[in-house]
Design a protein around this ligand. Structure first.
Ligand code: ZN
Length: 133
């Protein structure tokens, strides 16, 4: 894994949170994007080399909706940048980690992504992502 690519934060109202994080980070989101397959709207902020992803549910079927019901707003996942997501999924499975996605899927921000099950990572939801070329 190369670096932490972004932190995902679950929010109830992305417009309000965009305003809040714009004030906090003193910069505007560089991208806002709906991921229909995940029932979320996302927005991204750059902070130096790091990124923050805000996620708002667009339906009650969204994992973000369920997360907020259970735990409230807050840090939802840590995403690591990888160079070869297929190889990394294979490696992680070999190490005994449980993947939510056995095959990479399209994510926000021009990425292929896969999530690990938090059961196998001390309760932390982990995303691995690879920039699409
Ligand atoms: Zn993410």
């Amino acid at each position: 894994m190369n670096k932490i690519e972004h932190l995902g934060i679950a929010v109830k109202d992305i417009q309000k949170s965009n305003e809040l994080f714009s004030k906090l980070l003193n910069t505007s989101p560089y991208k806002q994007e709906e991921v229909v397959s995940e029932n979320v709207i996302t927005s991204f902020f750059k902070v130096g080399e790091s990124k923050i992803e805000l996620l708002q549910a667009t339906s009650e079927n969204s994992a973000i909706h369920k997360f907020i019901e259970k735990k409230g707003e807050g840090i939802h996942h840590i995403a690591y940048d990888v160079s070869d997501i297929h190889a990394e999924i294979k490696r992680l499975k070999g190490e005994g980690f449980q993947m939510i996605h056995e095959e990479p899927k399209d994510g926000a921000d021009n990425k292929l992504i896969a999530f690990l099950h938090p059961k196998s990572t001390n309760g932390v939801l982990i995303e691995i992502c690879q920039e699409k070329v």
